[in-house]
Design a protein around this ligand. Structure first.
Ligand code: BEZ
Ligand code: FE
Length: 287
């Protein structure tokens, strides 16, 4: 096409795609191009603003590494990771509500026996917490042999891979449910923390006039062959930022009460949380 105008450029770009591409590529790119062009027209994007945006993305790439993916943070700040999670992983049979994985998961955490502690290094002011519960399927049957990865930040608000003063894999562990589908471990009361804001994510938060803080939470990744993997987080009902999480990941069903533990029980606090996971057989039947 030799005469590209504001009115025909959207069709021109869509038509430039080959007929041979997979249908899903076409569906995604057609919609993306339409929305992107409409967005530029709606806000009357200036050339300088476009240049600012591409330079911003370059900086996001520059600060990204194997240990840090700035683009996850950017999509979190605009609510995209949570939105995609809700669209793609909608619970339909009463299973526990999922929420985002976030950028701090590490595979192969220490495999620990039921009831063990994930605290490798004590921190001043920490409150110890016993977490326990049962895992059931959507028919109410207890599920033994479920692998549960848990991880959390230290009282200084940092995950161990962000903090050279913490031991490797501190505050991480992998547990298995027993024959009654029961799990139990000891951790610390999770503290609110700011998502990393020393790079492009911080620039975007500033641009939007939003803060970087997340409410105190424990992460769970729950897996067993034959079941849909559940990724979720449990929130302390008394933590700050439940109503203004910087990444919009709080769900009311994931808020739990931390109670004072009985004298002599070994921890300061305790919390019970039961999970419901969904079998793949159910998944296939629903498709
Ligand atoms: C987290 O919960 O670890 C997290 C989630 C999204 C962005 C940053 C951190
Ligand atoms: Fe987190």
């Amino acid at each position: 096409m030799r005469n590209i105008t504001i009115d025909n450029i959207t069709d021109a770009v869509i038509k430039a795609m080959s007929d041979d591409i997979p249908a899903r590529n076409r569906e995604i790119m057609e919609a993306l191009i339409r929305h992107l062009h409409d967005f530029c027209k709606e806000v009357h994007l200036t050339y300088d603003e476009w240049m600012e945006a591409v330079e911003f993305l370059r900086r996001a790439g520059d600060i990204s590494s194997d240990a840090r993916n700035e683009f996850i943070l950017l999509s979190d700040i605009v609510g995209m990771e949570v939105l995609v999670d809700m669209i793609d992983k909608q619970p339909t049979h009463g299973e526990t509500v999922p929420t985002v994985l976030g950028p701090f998961y590490r595979d192969n955490p220490p495999v620990l026996p039921k009831g063990a502690s994930i605290i490798q290094k004590d921190s001043e002011g920490q409150e110890t917490l016993k977490v326990s519960g049962q895992i059931r399927d959507t028919d109410g049957n207890l599920v033994p042999g479920v692998m549960i990865d848990v991880w959390e930040d230290a009282p200084n608000g940092l995950y161990e891979q962000q903090d050279p003063d913490q031991p490797d894999y501190n505050l991480r562990g992998r547990f298995e449910t027993d024959s009654d589908g029961r799990y139990e471990f000891v951790c610390i009361r999770p503290m609110p923390y700011p998502i990393p804001y020393d790079g492009a994510a911080g620039e975007l938060l500033n641009y939007m006039g939003h803060h970087p803080w997340r409410p105190g939470h424990l992460h769970f990744l729950i897996q067993k062959d034959g079941y849909k993997t559940l990724i979720s987080q449990i929130y302390d009902s008394e933590t700050q930022y439940l109503d203004n999480d910087s990444v919009f990941a709080v769900k009311k069903d994931l808020i739990a009460q931390l109670k004072k533990a009985p004298e002599g029980s070994g921890t300061d606090l305790e919390m019970e949380f039961d999970f419901v996971i969904r079998s793949n057989t159910l998944l296939q039947a629903a498709e």
